[in-house]
Write a protein that binds this ligand. Structure first.
Ligand code: GMT
Length: 375
């Protein structure tokens, strides 16, 4: 199949999933055309069957806001016509699904049928969906897609709750490529971060308010005197300076490392003992799945899709949003009990295998075949 993959090219989970899906489909022989405004970060160097079409919005003095969605739709039309793609897979409703619908209509005028599959990832529904200014267009784009998937049951339920959506939404969970994550390992970072055998807690996110990054620091402040541990904070974003300030106030900067963004977090994941994700809302929690794929148990909240991934008392522990005392208690119960921690590590890895790419990829292929057959 020839597939147009429309996504955000950034470190965010939706871009990562779209890129990894495209890479895996290309490895199986499909031809993948990424359509986005810059090269997706996880794409890496040249690969067979993968093409990249950049969307460039020209700067024109009349435009207070650059019309990205229009240029994106025109690019989709161009790629569809000249690369002869069979279908478009839009990751994230805004503006990808609505731009895809525009492209589909333009092509229909020329007698070309282009099915559109929309995958909902979370913030497009749970955060932006609450904004009345987006709601009518998101609902329309979802209803008009030829197939819609959501990355968890929780996200599917939120979509029905928040939008005027009356169609089927199939749940296809996010995935990891366990093998290639291991292949990417080159450096052992434990000596760097924990030279005296300290336990390592790890948080990775875009440091947006929804991630509750300050709760990671508050939790660490509560447990730091009861175990020998360090905290590694990977990522960057609006809450970073407040998080750094909070570390200073607790006088624990020597035990907290802020690495900034890391292109490939696998190396730091491979030496972590616990992954901490205290999010306010999380439709799936791809970062937690990537941690589990490296055998790292997860201390998380019990919000959104996280309970569909993390098994309380088995692969990690879950607490109510904001309950940092409970999170600290849970973390200590693992950090101070080697045997229990080792058991949880094994369970986390086994659970990640339920989301391995070879199990999930065929589900997307089936959706593609179905929309093509009903075309
Ligand atoms: O979490 C973010 O802020 C990034 C966001 C995105 O759209 O890239 O992540 C969402 O999609 C991921 C991939 O499906 C999910 O794993 C994340 O849980 C989801 N984020 C939220 O729901 C907050």
């Amino acid at each position: 199949m020839k597939i147009g993959m429309v996504c955000y090219p950034t470190f965010g989970g939706s871009g990562v999933i779209a890129t990894e899906l495209g890479k895996a489909l290309a490895a199986k022989g499909h031809e993948i055309h990424f359509i986005t405004y810059s090269q997706p970060v996880r794409l890496g160097s040249f690969r067979k069957n993968i093409f990249y079409h950049e969307v460039n919005v020209s700067d024109y003095p009349l435009f207070l806001y650059p019309p990205y969605e229009l240029v994106l739709a025109s690019k989709m039309v161009d790629v569809a016509k000249y690369e002869k793609i069979d279908l478009l897979h839009a990751h994230y409703a805004i503006p990808h699904a609505s731009a895809a619908y525009t492209a589909k209509q333009v092509l229909a005028e020329e007698g070309i049928h282009l099915p559109v599959i929309t995958t909902l990832h979370g913030t497009d529904i749970t955060l932006l969906g609450k904004d009345a200014s987006f709601e009518p267009v998101i609902s329309f784009a979802i209803n008009k897609s030829d197939a819609v998937t959501a990355v968890s049951h929780s996200l599917r339920n939120d979509t029905y709750k928040l939008f005027g959506v009356n169609r089927d939404i199939e749940v296809i969970p996010n995935f990891v490529d366990l093998e290639s994550m291991r292949e990417e390992l080159r450096v052992d970072m434990r000596q760097e971060y924990a030279p005296h055998g300290e336990k390592l807690l790890l948080h990775i996110s875009n440091f947006r308010p929804v991630k509750n990054v300050l709760d990671v620091i508050r939790m660490f402040a509560l447990l730091k005197d009861q175990c020998s541990a360090k905290l590694v904070m990977v990522g960057d974003g609006p809450e970073r300076s407040r998080a750094e300030q909070l570390c200073r106030e607790h006088d624990m900067c020597h035990r907290v490392i802020f690495t900034g963004m890391l292109k490939n977090p696998t190396e730091v994941l491979s030496v972590a003992d616990l992954f901490v994700l205290p999010s306010e809302s999380e439709s799936f929690g791809l970062a937690a799945l990537e941690a589990m794929a490296m055998g790292v148990p997860v201390i998380s909240t019990n919000t959104g899709g996280l309970p569909e991934l993390n098994r309380h008392g088995v692969t990690g522990m879950m607490s109510d949003v904001g309950d940092v005392e409970d999170m600290a208690r849970h973390a200590l119960s693992l950090l101070n009990d080697e045997q229990r921690l080792a058991r949880f590590k094994k369970n986390a890895l086994a659970r990640a295998a339920d989301f391995s790419i070879d199990k999930i990829l065929p589900l997307y292929e089936k959706v593609y075949h179905t929309v093509l057959q009903t075309a």
